[in-house]
Design a protein. Sequence first.
Length: 311
Amino acid sequence: MGAQVMQQMKPPMVLEGIYEPLDRDIIGTGADGTISLVRRVTDDRTLAAKCFRPRPTAVPEDEYYSSIRSEHWLSSRLQHPNIIQVFDLIEGTRSPCEIMEYFPMNLRQVLHTGTLSLGQIDCIFYDMLLAVAYMHSMGYAHRDLKPGNIMIDKHGWAKLIDFGTASAIHDPLNGKAIRIHGVWGSSEYSAPECHGESTFEGMPADIWSLAMVYIFAVTTEEPWTSATNRSSVFSRWVKWRTILKAHGSHVDAVAANSLGTELNFVSHLPKDSVELILRMTEEDPNLRPTWQGIFTTPWIRNLSRSCTVHD
């Protein structure tokens, strides 16, 4: 990215007289913009400013701003302890900037430090179940659930971010499920149906992605680049899941090795988690559990008692 474009994506010296940059350096760069730190003048609170990429010349101005405003509208509407709080959208700048809570690290970054215990990982997963279940209850699928979109504070509290690919679950006029098409998020975490030619529903796809996030959090491995038959590892996973179903929740590392060393990650999944993770990663989205089915499993019921719920 050119220096001129990067400069355009930094927050201006003063945003609407309410926010002042703490540092002119960009602390993070994503697909749709950059992150810098700002100070809210009214209470001296440190926040994050996500400044969107400048409008490409090929994109009409109305379309550019409509997309940003739609994302901000949804982000502002979602009020949940495990969803990032968004405060403002500042449009009168070189590029629009969205002001939100600041969390220094995402789940992927924290996992690479090696400081999270299995109990903390379980509670982060539980936090994300709560966040996504709430989002679905509000009528939207996230569609890009991955470790990089889960922010973690120093106490292990998790918050979901980035709603630029979110889509409605039901048609507001007739209540019918809206079917979508294609991979919008990271292919490593996308459900098998996302890679096909047919349309699919967003809710079961999100449930698959949450299971993949848990697998990565426990093992720090992404088992495959895409959940398709083109991946030999994914094909072995399908066979391994069949073995697990036949043997209940018992994980046999020797059997996993017999299917290929790429499946060593299976033996690292906690025994209590296996049954639900298997159900959440059913190839057929119609066989994946509902939210009621997820929250009534013994493992998740135990997490609901042991994990702190944030107000």
